[in-house]
Write a protein that binds this ligand. Sequence first.
Ligand SMILES: Nc1ncnc2c1ncn2[C@@H]1O[C@H](COP(=O)(O)OP(=O)(O)OP(=O)(O)O)[C@@H](O)[C@H]1O
Ligand SMILES: [Mg+2]
Length: 179
Amino acid sequence: MRHYSFKDITDTFRLFDINKSIQDGLVIAKNQYNTIATIDLQLGNIPLVFCNPSQINQVILNLLINSTHAIKSQKKSSPGKITVKTWVTDDYVFCSIRDDGPGIPDAIRDKIFSPFFTTKMPGEGTGLGLSISYDIIANKHRGSIFVDSPFEGGTMFTISLPLKSQKTKPSVFREDPVV
Ligand SMILES: Nc1ncnc2c1ncn2[C@@H]1O[C@H](COP(=O)(O)OP(=O)(O)OP(=O)(O)O)[C@@H](O)[C@H]1O
Ligand SMILES: [Mg+2]
């Protein structure tokens, strides 16, 4: 999966369709989630965003795969559900990826964006997916990424990407993750 994400590493910032990133990610990850989850796609009418497409593809893929693994870990007899939504406000394009998996326990919520934090068995996960995603969204794109535990259960990650001041050089300033 990461191979796909990194293949266009020389790519730089350009105007990009986030809905296309989601659709491509769903094709790439299909053989992973196919028997695990159904997809509820609610793509809004959103403008192009000035961003690094290969990095954004990587974030979307990380979140889709995390949701798939979370649902799979429940070993349910029927498929789970992953809901992917996009929408726009005056200043930001948003994308949320929500699953009806086991959720994230309060005790580890403030650790999940840390490098090498994983609850997976050795060899199954590096624990880098969310820390790389945080770096891409918050530091390289001046957006935000945060996690919610919806009342009904499961997990929802939401990313925002700014529409204004997009052509300024991306900042290397790092903030603490908002979780
Ligand atoms: N959708 C989710 N539902 C439940 N737990 C999640 C979800 N997404 C992430 N997590 C938790 O956060 C941890 C860190 O996720 P992260 O993507 O950084 O690493 P990983 O998936 O374990 O390994 P990899 O480096 O292969 O992505 C996971 O091990 C898991 O415990
Ligand atoms: Mg992961």
